[in-house]
Design a protein around this ligand. Structure first.
Ligand code: HEM
Length: 153
C-alpha cells in the first residue's frame, strides 16, 4: 500500500537510513556562515569579533572519536539510539542548531522519509517480475532493504 505520513513512526529502519544519509552526506556540509558578534574563547582559542565562522557538520559526522567506522553506511547505528536531527545532539546537525537552525526542519523531517519510503515502495511493486527474470543486483539489494524496513513482507 502507498506509504502515508502516519506510517513513518512504525518504520525505524527508514528513519535510521535518513539519519545515516544526512550524517555521511549533509546537504549543507558547512552549514551557513556565521559572524562572531563579540570576542569569544573556545577551547583556548580566541575567535575575534567580526570573524566568519564555518561549522563543519561533515567533519563532525565523520569524527572517528565520536563513532566507529565513520565512512561506512550503517543505518543500524541509529536504531537503538536517542540521537535525533533536531539540533539538540551536536554530533549530528544536518539542519544546524540554535536560534538560526533551519526553519524548514519540521517540513523536511516529515517529507524526506515519506519520499524515500514511497520510492522504495514503487520499486518493490515491480520486484517480483524483475526477480523472476534474474534481474539486476541493485533490485535484489532493494528487496533486502525493503525486508528490513517492513518485517511483515
Ligand atoms: C533536507 C532538507 C534541509 C536541510 C538539510 C536543511 C539544512 C539547513 C541548514 C544546515 C541551515 C543552516 C542552519 C545553521 O546554520 O544553523 C538551513 C537554514 C535555512 N533553511 Fe534549511 N534545510 C532543509 C530544508 C529546508 C526547507 C524545506 C526550508 C523551507 C521550506 C528551509 C529553509 C531554510 C531557511 C530559510 C534557512 C535560513 C535560516 C536562518 O538563517 O535564520 N530549509 N537549512
Amino acid at each position: 500500500k502507498p506509504i502515508e505520513e502516519s506510517d513513518i513512526p512504525q518504520l525505524p529502519y527508514l528513519q535510521a537510513i535518513v539519519k545515516e544519509t544526512m550524517r555521511i552526506h549533509p546537504p549543507a556540509p558547512l552549514l551557513v556562515p556565521r559572524t562572531v558578534e563579540t570576542d569569544v574563547e573556545v577551547y583556548g582559542y580566541t575567535i575575534p569579533q567580526g570573524a566568519q565562522v564555518l561549522v563543519n557538520a561533515w567533519a563532525i559526522g565523520h569524527d572517528p572519536s565520536v563513532r566507529a567506522n565513520p565512512t561506512s553506511f550503517m543505518p543500524e547505528r541509529f536504531l537503538d539510539s536517542e540521537i535525533n536531527i533536531r539540533g539538540r545532539d551536536f554530533e549530528l546537525i544536518p539542519f544546524g542548531a540554535g536560534r538560526r537552525i533551519c526553519p524548514g526542519l519540521s517540513l523536511a523531517i516529515r517529507v524526506v522519509p515519506l519520499m524515500l519510503g514511497s520510492l522504495i515502495n514503487s520499486f518493490v511493486g515491480s520486484l517480483k517480475v524483475e526477480l523472476s527474470q534474474r534481474s539486476w543486483t541493485w533490485m535484489t539489494s532493494l528487496a533486502l532493504l525493503y525486508k528490513r524496513l517492513s518485517p511483515s513482507v
